[in-house]
Ligand binder design. Structure first.
Ligand code: ATR
Length: 275
């Protein structure tokens, strides 16, 4: 919300750790492109400091939050309102303050949906989701709500049973022998590929086919072992940064009420990638 003569609207990303986050750069590039009086900073908030931080957000009139690990679930009961989609997913990555009330949203699912739908129509499409932790929930919601036929593959079936039941999806063990050839889309939401597992892939070469669209949700490192392996098998790939940009664009729109300048936001974080 720009507005001539208005004071700055301040947004924050909160998380722990948060220093590595690309969100301030991406959002600030978007604000510059639209020439609006917004600024995003980063605040490291440990898990046990969250409720104090939320009180501070209110006291200071912070316009919006981007919310990352470990707060996405814990923040829900601290807010005044939850958007119904955030409630269904059970996690919040975006908060907007309006008239002193904090409302929580989830845009992570949009970060999954938009890049996928630029490649394939999800209705009736078979999607394999690897993992069933926090990062899986937005991916499952995105695919189920778009009419995909979703199977969750998890290492520990017992840990995934509640999520599979809640979304009405099939649940299968994640192992080297899992046959993924019937699927069109594979989404990795496990932490395999992220430090300290950056030298591992959740799949072997034998499990990836050229007809697969392999969507990696990890964006640090930018080129995970899974992405390398999928490219070498001739599969189509989507990167964690593709998700990051789209969840951030939707977040920008909630914070500012303006259409996000996607190109400016993408250009801010993609150039170092493709060197
Ligand atoms: P997040 O909330 O970020 O998704 P998480 O809740 O710890 O993180 O979930 C991590 C996911 O990665 C889980 O699905 C986990 O499988 P388990 O439920 O069996 O623990 C999965 N995961 C982590 N390391 C794994 C590994 N080495 N092999 C297979 N799956 C792994």
């Amino acid at each position: 919300m720009k507005l001539a003569g208005s004071s700055h609207s301040v947004c924050l990303i909160i998380g722990d750790p948060v220093a590595h986050s690309l969100s301030p750069r991406m959002h600030n590039a978007g604000y510059r492109a639209l020439d609006i009086n917004f600024f995003m900073g980063a605040a490291r908030i440990p898990a046990d400091g969250l409720s104090e931080a939320i009180a501070g957000v209110k006291a200071l009139g912070i316009r919006g939050l981007a919310c990352t690990m470990p707060h996405k679930v814990a923040i829900c009961p601290l807010l005044d309102d939850l958007d119904p989609v955030a409630e269904t997913i059970g996690a919040v990555n975006t908060v907007v303050q309006e008239d002193g009330r904090l409302r929580g949203f989830n845009t992570d699912w949009i970060g999954i949906l938009r890049p996928l739908e630029s490649l394939v129509s999800l209705r009736g499409t078979k999607v394999a989701i690897l993992g069933a932790g926090g990062a899986a929930l937005a991916a499952i919601y995105a695919c189920v709500s778009a009419g995909a036929v979703v199977s969750i593959f998890n290492r520990t079936l017992a840990k995934a049973a509640g999520t599979a039941n809640r979304f009405g999806t099939e649940l299968l063990p994640l192992s080297e022998s899992s046959d993924l050839s019937p699927y069109r889309v594979i989404i990795n939401t496990t932490s395999v590929g992220m430090s300290p597992q950056e030298n591992l892939s959740p799949l072997t070469k034998q499990q990836v086919c050229p007809h697969h669209i392999v969507f990696e949700t990890i964006y640090h490192p930018r080129e995970t072992k899974l992405l390398q392996l999928a490219s070498s098998c001739g599969a189509t790939t989507l990167r964690g940064l593709d998700m990051f940009i789209e969840q951030g664009a939707a977040q920008f729109e909630l914070h500012t009420g303006l259409r996000a300048p996607r190109e400016a936001m993408r250009n801010e974080i993609y150039p170092p990638l493709v060197t």
